[in-house]
Ligand binder design. Structure first.
Ligand SMILES: NC(=O)c1ccc[n+]([C@@H]2O[C@H](COP(=O)([O-])OP(=O)(O)OC[C@H]3O[C@@H](n4cnc5c(N)ncnc54)[C@H](OP(=O)(O)O)[C@@H]3O)[C@@H](O)[C@H]2O)c1
Length: 264
């Protein structure tokens, strides 16, 4: 019988690399992303490279109210039993809170928090029926700090982080393991790669490639780890929050993010 993984935001970036990691292990895939040609292309490339697995796509806007239900219903129709649920789709920004329209902020919260919560709620009973099942939620290092100029993004990732850890505890004694992945900056597109090249060594030390993030995240999920932070320098950065006094953290982050936002 095929094992199936469902990955949101699987058309590109970290999600696409996670799909490839799982395909390498012979795990069939349900790839969820916006209904675009990119999603279908990604599915086709993976299917061609790994003909032994099944690759399905569900093109859906996860900010829509009924999207999570639609994803669940589609899996039911196709009689697909999900064993790995990976909530990766997410959006972010850098900028002043009051410079963004309400719709943008709403969509960010719907995608980063609501879609994740709803998908887990819908699939949880089925996951518990599996002899072993895994949830991997993608948060961010931004969820570990209070970040000015990313206020809604960092708060949404804090939600994913605390939700995942608490749910993991609640699910102890069941067959379901919950892991939360907290990447630092990931060069997922040509602009990000060019920016890293421009900024030099320090930026490279703080940037991770999407393939590496995916590999480390999937490995940690299989090991049943609670939290995973890819790359040593990012783990170091994460641990600084226990050492640097909170007011100073805010000042430093505010200074750097303001410069980034204002492009100076
Ligand atoms: N990149 C970073 O530096 C970084 C750092 C820390 C954490 N993260 C987190 O890692 C995750 C993946 O990031 P990424 O950089 O790999 O993202 P990405 O390259 O921008 O890809 C985002 C994926 O999500 C899908 N998506 C976006 N909006 C959607 C919606 N409304 N409904 C359904 N699917 C949607 C996209 O589909 P389309 O292809 O159709 O647009 C795409 O597959 C996110 O949760 C992000 O917050 C990223």
């Amino acid at each position: 019988m095929n094992q199936f993984a469902l990955i949101t935001g699987a058309s590109q970036g970290i999600g696409k690399y996670m799909a490839i990691e799982l395909a390498k292990k012979g795990i069939s895939l349900v790839l969820v992303a916006l209904p675009t040609a990119v999603l279908e292309e990604t599915a086709q490339v993976i299917q061609t490279q790994y003909p032994a697995i099944k690759v399905y796509t569900i093109g859906v806007d996860l900010t829509d109210d009924y999207a999570a239900q639609k994803v669940y219903d589609r899996c039911q129709e196709k009689k697909i039993a999900i064993q790995y649920l990976i909530n990766n789709a997410g959006m972010g920004y850098t900028g002043a809170f009051d410079s963004f329209p309400i719709d943008f902020l709403d969509n960010l919260m719907k995608l980063n928090m609501l879609a994740t919560t709803r998908l887990i709620r819908l699939f949880i009973d089925d996951l518990k029926q599996q002899p072993k099942a895994y949830i991997l939620n993608v948060a961010s290092i931004a969820g570990l700090y209070d970040i000015p100029y990313k206020v809604v993004y960092s708060a949404s990732k804090s939600f994913v982080y605390t939700f995942s850890r608490a749910l993991r505890e609640e699910l102890k004694g069941t067959s379901v393991s919950v892991t939360v992945l907290c990447p630092g900056g990931v060069a997922t597109n040509p602009d990000a790669l060019a920016a890293v090249a421009r900024m030099g060594r320090a930026a490279r030390m703080l940037t991770t490639m999407p393939g590496e993030v995916a590999k480390v995240g999937i490995k940690a999920m299989f090991k049943g780890k609670a939290v995973v932070i890819p790359k040593f320098t990012i783990r170091l950065y994460a641990s600084m929050r226990h050492v640097i006094p909170y007011p100073l953290q805010l000042k430093i982050l505010g200074y750097f993010l303001r410069r980034k936002y204002k492009n100076v």
